[in-house]
Design a binder for this molecule. Structure first.
Ligand code: S5P
Length: 259
């Protein structure tokens, strides 16, 4: 398959047909329908802010990425409110929990505790450091719900150990578990399987760094040069003078980069 064709709007439709994973099908179809490959990283600490941003930026995104444990006022009703905004604006919920323990423990962390992530998150992610047991543990809980797992293959931060041979291991593990794994968090395209969706964080309109090791590249670098599918953007939208206009600018630039 030619990489450029693989990423055009027609090919999103084609990939949705080819993808075996129901969540990959759903995401590829909604990207094509909404004409967006933008995900918002909504790192805020109150429910009010989270719901405000989900409603405001919802029309421009395919995926809302949460760190639910940052909320200071989480209640069991928070996921219901999030889910109704996801329905209203047609986006998926991705809880960026970065599971990293043995299978038995992650299955409990995913299903239980106060957040009950399995009940509301369409997508979750995990480090591969424990080996394939982590995928099995999460699959026991998320598989029957048709949720999807993204493997962290590469990270955006300076000095990361997740790169090179490690990323290649992640690709192989993901492809070998494609009934539950539907993509990667990576800095570039790793897999040519049509149902494997690549999410890339560390994106800003201008290249740069933050004060704590985050590294930023541009939309075009990530999507065109590196062949990723979705850009994850947080502070560049949340802290913009005009967040709606900035989100629409991101949506347009990211969509036009590959269409
Ligand atoms: O390698 C990574 C993986 C992730 S999921 N680097 C990241 O920055 N992330 C997440 O993306 C991080 O947890 C944060 O929620 C978001 C980036 O936010 P920003 O404000 O730097 O755009």
């Amino acid at each position: 398959m030619q990489p450029q064709l693989l990423r055009s709007a027609n090919h999103l439709r084609h990939r949705a047909l080819l993808a075996a994973h129901p969540m990959a099908k759903r995401l590829l179809s909604l990207m094509e329908e909404k004409r967006t490959n933008l995900s918002l990283a909504c790192d805020v600490s109150t429910e009010k802010e989270l719901l405000h941003w989900a409603d405001l930026i919802g029309p421009f995104i395919c995926v809302l990425k949460t760190h639910i444990d940052i909320l200071e006022d989480f209640t069991p009703r928070t996921p219901d409110a999030l889910k109704s905004l996801a329905d209203k604006h047609n986006f998926l919920l991705f809880e960026d929990r970065k599971f990293a323990d043995i299978g038995q423990t992650v299955s409990l962390q995913y299903a239980k505790g106060i957040y009950r992530i399995a009940e509301w998150a369409d997508l979750i992610n995990a480090h591969i450091i424990p080996g394939p047991g982590i995928i099995e543990g999460l699959r026991q809980v998320g598989g029957p719900k048709k949720s999807g797992l993204l493997l962290l293959a590469e990270m955006s931060s300076k000095g990361t150990l997740a790169k090179g041979a490690y990323a290649e291991k992640a690709r192989r593990l993901g492809e070998a578990h494609s009934d539950f794994v539907c993509g990667f968090i990576s800095q570039r395209r790793l897999s040519d399987q049509p149902g494997m969706i690549h999410f890339t964080p560390g994106v800003k309109l201008k290249k740069g760094n933050d004060a704590l090791g985050q590294r930023y590249r541009t939309i075009e670098e990530v999507l065109l040069k590196e062949g990723s599918d979705i850009v994850i953007v947080g502070r560049d939208i949340l802290q913009a003078a005009d967040p709606i206009a900035t989100a629409e600018l991101y949506r347009q630039r990211a969509w036009n980069a590959v269409n």
